[in-house]
Design a protein around this ligand. Structure first.
Ligand SMILES: NC(=O)c1ccc[n+]([C@@H]2O[C@H](COP(=O)([O-])OP(=O)(O)OC[C@H]3O[C@@H](n4cnc5c(N)ncnc54)[C@H](OP(=O)(O)O)[C@@H]3O)[C@@H](O)[C@H]2O)c1
Length: 311
């Protein structure tokens, strides 16, 4: 099979499109033919070598933890999903490849009305947003600030909060304010303008905050929100201030919580913008786009066209 292989850490050009041995599904495993993979900021951090102490990655390695595709084969003891089913989820064996091996708990079946491309925008973003929001217990009618609301996790968090009845304020650069508004949030600027903008759009204060952007946001919002109602997915030092930290491991993630979000998306009630769909051959360009840090929605990689799979 073809795969983008990382033989050493470094800049985005270190990937090599290579023919490698296809993996096989062992007992309890599922082999998935990949149509679409997602690019997450963590992929670039691993590629550069910056995460080697947190996620040791022996090379040669295939990166990419998030895929959508069709079940090609199942190992002994696997009854669901079945061969031929369209699935989306997490794959430790590396999603920048034509075939991946994973386990049934890391996969969700894609509703028939939803394309694999749309489905691929959902797993990491929805799972992370759900896991983070569970730590701050938002009630209907509360006002919540989402930092980095136009990114993939922020887009999911805004939509989940709006559907739960919260009033949402989302930080973004000016180019993304219309998008944040379309998601259902009131857009504000991040950085030096944040507190003035919040005073203007929420003069009675805010109840809770989700930080997906870091860069000093927690310290700013601590003046308005008690630490126990703040959660960050990026600022791991903030735990010392009493703030909730939602650290995750994309290689050990259970997909069972994403099925309801896939259903919302199939019904047209959840839609994250697709920041781009880059061919597998151009993975270096995808990493450069991701590392610029201003994606609107989710960046995807087209791995292969699978006949009849509603890619
Ligand atoms: N802990 C976990 O479990 C977990 C899980 C998933 C992701 N993460 C981490 O969460 C972060 C966000 O992930 P993602 O997938 O949503 O990233 P993404 O899709 O690449 O989005 C990043 C967003 O950051 C915004 N941004 C840029 N500069 C900013 C600033 N100074 N202040 C606030 N926002 C700023 C950008 O918005 P504008 O274009 O509007 O500037 C962009 O939309 C990444 O660091 C990722 O590694 C953690």
């Amino acid at each position: 099979m073809k795969a983008q292989v990382l033989n050493r850490f470094g800049d985005p050009d270190v990937f090599e499109l290579t023919d490698v041995d296809s993996p096989a599904a062992g007992p309890g495993e599922v082999l998935v033919r990949v149509a679409v993979a997602a690019v997450n900021p963590l992929d670039a951090k691993i590629r550069s070598g910056a995460m080697s102490s947190v996620f040791p990655t022996p090379t040669p390695a295939i990166l990419g933890s998030e895929i959508a595709g069709v079940v090609e084969a199942t190992g002994a003891d696997v009854t669901e999903p079945a061969v031929g089913e369209r699935v989306v989820g997490f794959a430790a064996s590396g999603g920048y490849a034509e075939l991946v091996v994973t386990t049934p708990d890391r996969l969700a079946v894609v509703p028939s009305d939803l394309s694999l491309t749309r489905a691929a925008t959902i797993p990491t973003a929805a799972e992370t947003a759900q896991r983070a929001l569970a730590l701050i217990g938002v009630q209907p009618g509360e006002t919540v600030v989402v930092n980095a609301a136009a990114g993939s996790v922020g887009s999911a968090a805004v939509q989940l909060l709006v559907s739960a009845g919260a009033r949402v304020i989302g930080t973004a650069s000016a180019d993304n304010h219309d998008y944040v508004r379309a998601l259902g949030a009131t857009p504000v600027r991040y950085g030096d303008h944040l507190l003035d903008d919040l005073a203007s759009v929420a003069p009675h204060g805010v109840h809770a905050a989700l930080d997906a952007g870091g860069r000093g946001f927690v310290d700013q919002i601590l003046g308005l929100v008690e630490p126990g109602r703040i959660v960050t997915i990026v600022d791991f030092a903030a735990g010392a201030k009493g703030v909730n930290v939602a650290a995750g491991n994309p290689f050990a993630i259970d997909a069972h919580t994403i099925a309801p979000v896939l259903d919302l998306a199939a019904a047209g009630d959840f839609a994250t913008e697709i920041a781009g769909v880059v061919p597998l051959a151009d993975i270096a360009e995808a990493h450069r786009l991701s590392e610029r840090g201003h994606l609107r929605g989710k960046l995807l990689v087209r791995v292969a066209d699978i006949p009849g799979a509603n890619a």
